[in-house]
Each structure stands twice: as C-alpha cells, then as structure tokens.
Design a protein. Structure first.
Length: 272
C-alpha cells in the first residue's frame, strides 16, 4: 500500500542523510516531492537517483536561511504540482562549542537554520493551506495536510556543547505545538520527530574531518571518537539508527496513519 499516493511534499535538506532517505521513502509511497538543499550538486545527484527508481521528484537548490527563499520554495511547489500536502522541515547542521566559547555568529546561524527558516517556510505556505482548507470545508471537510518538523533529543533533553542547536531544536517543538493549536481547525496536523543518534555525516567521528562552509566560514562536523564509543554503550539497541530508519518516523507523521495526531513529539532513540 502506498501511503502518500498523489500527495505533494516539500522536504528540505535532501542532498544527504535523513532528508535524502525521507525523499526516497516518500517517493516510493507515491508522493511527488520537491527536494531542496543548499548544496546543489549532491541534491541533483540524490534527485536523479530517485528518478531512476521511478520516483517523481524535482530539485530546488537554495539556502533556507535566505529570507526570500521560503516564498520561492512554496511558490515553486504550487506552480509545478498545483497543490501542497506535506512540509518536512529537515534542513540543518551543527556548529558546536561550549557556552563560554560560543560566538554570537555560531548562536544566530544555528537558530536561523533550525528555527527561523521552518517558521518562514510554514508562514509562506499559510495562505495556500488556510484558504484551500476553507474552500474544502465549505463543501464538506478539509483534506488532512501535514507539517513535520525535525527536532532532536538535544532539544528535548539538552546536550553539552550544543547550546545553539539545543535551543533551536527546543524552539521548533514550541512552534510545532502552537501550529497544532492554530491550524487544527484547518485539518493540518503538525508534529515533530526528535532524533537521537542517527548515523549521518553530522554524527560521525571528527577524525573523518568532514567540513562544510556556511557564509564564508568553514565548520568542522562530527563528534569526538571517545564520545561516540560511550554513546553506543548507552543505547539499549547498541548502535545508532540509520537514515532509512529515521525516515520511517517522518513517513508516519506525513501519512493518513496520523490523521488524529497533532502537536506531538516522537523521540527516535533506539530505546535511550
């Protein structure tokens, strides 16, 4: 059974990791997906791979923190597909430091990506979502539509060295619960998935020296090796989750299986 047959979804941060796996899973379940990421080349490669397997996806590169980007993203989805059923706010990265060493730039950059950008994207879609629901309600009932925000256990529990990331991921939970209350009347279900350790380039050993550049600043990703070892021991299942496993939780909230679930936060942690 295809859970997202004929649905249209926007998913941000889809060049790699959880976002890519989510786009693959959505496409396999019949969704038409507008994939977005700041890194254009790997985004197109990811989209091409899904198309090769029969998925209906398009690539729309851009920076979610650009104030003009959300309107362009939503208008592109509506122009290309004529409707919008699902928004997954997944784009993100980490820029860690303990509080006394964290700069204003680090703090603001992460909040801009993990909290302000999702707010702007949802706001950009609000006109279509609300107006369409009102028209549908006038002749019966509004179609269930979905917003899935990606949080983290750093946001639900806190995490040393991640004051910025933890604050952004806690904030997105507040946004999620507020949207659930405001838009429940329009049959829009808004939920969040808070991931623990999922095996992506953000959570691998720093010894791999994976670096990204954001706004002319080079940022090293990853976690110290000794901490990774202790993290594995703490997880009852004894390992990190895979991006494909993470995507399953997002699919649940995007599907009809969650049509009476809203304002909730699902932790995906391997039992931790």
């Amino acid at each position: 059974m295809k859970l997202l047959e004929n649905k249209v979804a926007i998913i941000t941060g889809t060049a790699r990791g959880i976002g890519q796996a989510t786009a693959e899973l959505f496409a396999a379940h019949g969704a038409r997906v507008l994939m977005s990421d700041i890194d254009a080349a790997p985004l197109e490669e990811s989209a091409a791979g899904i198309r090769k397997n029969g998925g209906d996806v398009s690539a729309f590169p851009g920076d979610v923190t650009d104030p003009a980007f959300p309107e362009k993203l939503v208008s592109t989805a509506l122009k290309q597909y004529g409707t919008l059923d699902i928004i997954v706010n997944n784009a993100g990265y980490t820029w860690d430091a303990v509080i006394h060493k964290m700069t204003d730039q680090q703090w603001q950059a992460i909040l801009d990506c993990h909290l302000t950008a999702p707010f702007r994207i949802v706001r950009a879609a609000s006109g279509f979502l609300r107006d369409t629901a009102k028209k549908e309600m006038a002749s019966g009932a509004a179609t269930a539509r979905k917003i899935v925000n990606i949080s983290s256990t750093s946001g639900t529990r806190g995490n040393p060295g991640q004051a910025n990331y933890s604050s952004g991921k806690a904030g997105i939970i507040g946004l999620t619960r507020t949207l659930a209350r405001e838009w429940g009347q329009f049959n829009v279900q808004t939920n969040a998935v808070a991931f623990g350790w999922i095996d992506t380039r953000l959570t691998r050993s720093k010894e791999k020296e994976v670096k990204i550049t954001r706004k002319d600043t080079e940022i090293q990703l990853g976690i110290p090796t000794e901490r990774l070892e202790s993290m594995s021991k703490a997880i009852p299942m004894g390992r990190p989750g895979t991006p494909a496993e993470a995507a399953g939780a997002v699919l649940f909230f995007a599907s009809p299986l969650s049509n009476y679930i809203s304002g909730q936060v699902l932790e995906v942690t391997g039992g931790l």
